[in-house]
Design a protein around this ligand. Structure first.
Ligand code: PXG
Length: 289
C-alpha cells in the first residue's frame, strides 16, 4: 500500500510518524473519513472544506492548499487502484517537544491512507440496530467543539465502550444539557408522520457530510426535513430512527434503551432513503482515473 506523507507517496512500511508528534502525544490534529464508490471519491470537496474548518478552529495551519489536498487525495487513490474504498486524511500538529506548546511544532504532518473499508455486516442493515444512551455526554461546545473532527476521540470512545459493554454496536450521546446530540460515530434522525428531524449541530454534534446529503436527498424526494432540538422522548416515540455516517451510510435503529422504535423493524422511509443515497453514491463524485 502507498501512503501519502510529507508531500510524497511512500511504501506503508516507510510511513512513520515521530514519537514527538503532537498528534500522538496529545491527540492534537484533525482528520476526515471519506468513501470512494465506483471509481469516484464521494463528496470530496465537502470533506476537504470540513477538514480545513476543523484545522482553522484549532489554529492548525495545513501546509498545502485545499486544491492541492484534493489532488493529493485523488493521486493516493490512483496509486492504490481504489475503485470502492475508504480514505483517511490526517493532519497532525507535527513533531514538537514533550511540552504542550503547539507553536514549537514546526510543520503539520499530512497523511493520506486510501484503503478498503470493512463494511458492517448486511444483517445489521436488514434488521436494524439496538442502541443505548451512554452515560458519557458529548463535549460541551466550549470544550472541544463537536463540530471539530479532531484526533481526540476519547469522548466518543468512552461512549462506545459503554455501548459494547451493554451488547450494543452503537450508542446515543446527549449534550451536557440533556438534548440528543448524535451517536459515537454517526448522526441521528427521527421520522414522525413523514417529517425528518435531526439536531442542529450547535446542539453538540459533528455536522455530518452524510447527514447534510441525506437532508438534501430527502427534501428532493418530497419529505419535510427539519433541524430541531430532540430529547430521548422524541426518539423513543418516533415512527423511525436512523443513523447516518460515511462508514455506516444509513442504518436503521429499532431499539433504544429497551424501547422498541416503531414496529421494531427498519422503517419504510429509512429504507427508501437508503436506496436513494446508494444511487447518488454510485453515480456522483470526483473521478479517480
Ligand atoms: N458524528 C461523529 C462523531 C463522527 O465521527 C459522523 C457523525 C458522521 O459524519 P460524516 O461526515 O461521516 O457523515 C462521524 C464520522 C467509524 C468512524 O469507524 C466513524 C467516523 C469517523 C471515524 C471512524 O465508525 N464518523
Amino acid at each position: 500500500m502507498k501512503i501519502y506523507m510529507s508531500g510524497e507517496l511512500v511504501d506503508e512500511q516507510d510511513a512513520k510518524v515521530s514519537v514527538f508528534d503532537h498528534g500522538l502525544l496529545y491527540g492534537d490534529g484533525v482528520f476526515e473519513g471519506i468513501r470512494a464508490y465506483n471509481g469516484r471519491v464521494y463528496l470530496l470537496d465537502e470533506h476537504i472544506e470540513r477538514l480545513y474548518d476543523s484545522a482553522k478552529a484549532i489554529a492548525l495551519e495545513i501546509p498545502m492548499s485545499q486544491e492541492e489536498m484534493i489532488r493529493a487525495t485523488v493521486e493516493t487513490c490512483k496509486a492504490n487502484d481504489i475503485e470502492d474504498g475508504y480514505i483517511r486524511l490526517i493532519v497532525t500538529r507535527g513533531k514538537g517537544t514533550l511540552g504542550l506548546n503547539p507553536y514549537l511544532c514546526k510543520r503539520a504532518e499530512v497523511i493520506i491512507i486510501a484503503a478498503v473499508i470493512q463494511l458492517y455486516p448486511q444483517e445489521l442493515y436488514d434488521t436494524g440496530l439496538k442502541i443505548i444512551t451512554a452515560g458519557s455526554v458529548r463535549n460541551h461546545v466550549e470544550a472541544v467543539n463537536p463540530r471539530i473532527k479532531s484526533l481526540n476521540y476519547l469522548n466518543n470512545i468512552m461512549a462506545k465502550i459503554e455501548a459494547i459493554n451493554s451488547g450494543c454496536m452503537e450508542c446515543l450521546l446527549l449534550n451536557p444539557q440533556g438534548y440528543v446530540a448524535e451517536a459515537s460515530g454517526d448522526n441521528v434522525f427521527s421520522v414522525r408522520k413523514g417529517v425528518l428531524t435531526t439536531p442542529p449541530s450547535w446542539c453538540g454534534s459533528l455536522e455530518g457530510i452524510t447527514r447534510n446529503k441525506v437532508m438534501e436527498l430527502a427534501a428532493a424526494a418530497g419529505y419535510t426535513v427539519k433541524e430541531d432540538v430532540l430529547t430521548r422522548y422524541d426518539l423513543y416515540t418516533a415512527d423511525e430512527v436512523f443513523l447516518t455516517g460515511t462508514a455506516a451510510e444509513i442504518i436503521s435503529v429499532i431499539n433504544i434503551d429497551r424501547r422498541i422504535i416503531g414496529d421494531g423493524t427498519p422503517g419504510a422511509i429509512t429504507m427508501e432513503l437508503s436506496r436513494i443515497y446508494a444511487e447518488a453514491a454510485r453515480s456522483e463524485g470526483t473521478p479517480i482515473a
